[in-house]
Design a binder for this molecule. Sequence first.
Ligand SMILES: [Zn+2]
Ligand SMILES: [Zn+2]
Length: 115
Amino acid sequence: MTHRAPRWKDHETWMCINHIPPVSLPVTATRCWFGACKSTRPEMENRPAPEERIIVRPRAATLLDEGVQLCAWDECDRPARPGSKYCSRKCSNKNARKRFRARASDGDEANEAAA
Ligand SMILES: [Zn+2]
Ligand SMILES: [Zn+2]
């Protein structure tokens, strides 16, 4: 069995990927808990910084705080144009298509892909 190098999962955890499913180990474990496994904790210098785990506050939330009306297309975080629910015609169309798909559950994937 080939030995695969363990890797960091996040600041607190590393993973031994020689097992199925991979085993998550705390940073305090210097080696894999499985006795027969040769994996040791990855280099501490490669350990992800704790900041990477902090969920970045979405720009949308910041805009909302400022009283900006956001685009009604839920995958868009741009502010809506004055007098419109959307930032652009594109988002308006996307939302219309989504509603259409929700109604016609059998959908029309060919047209969707071409659009
Ligand atoms: Zn292991
Ligand atoms: Zn938009």
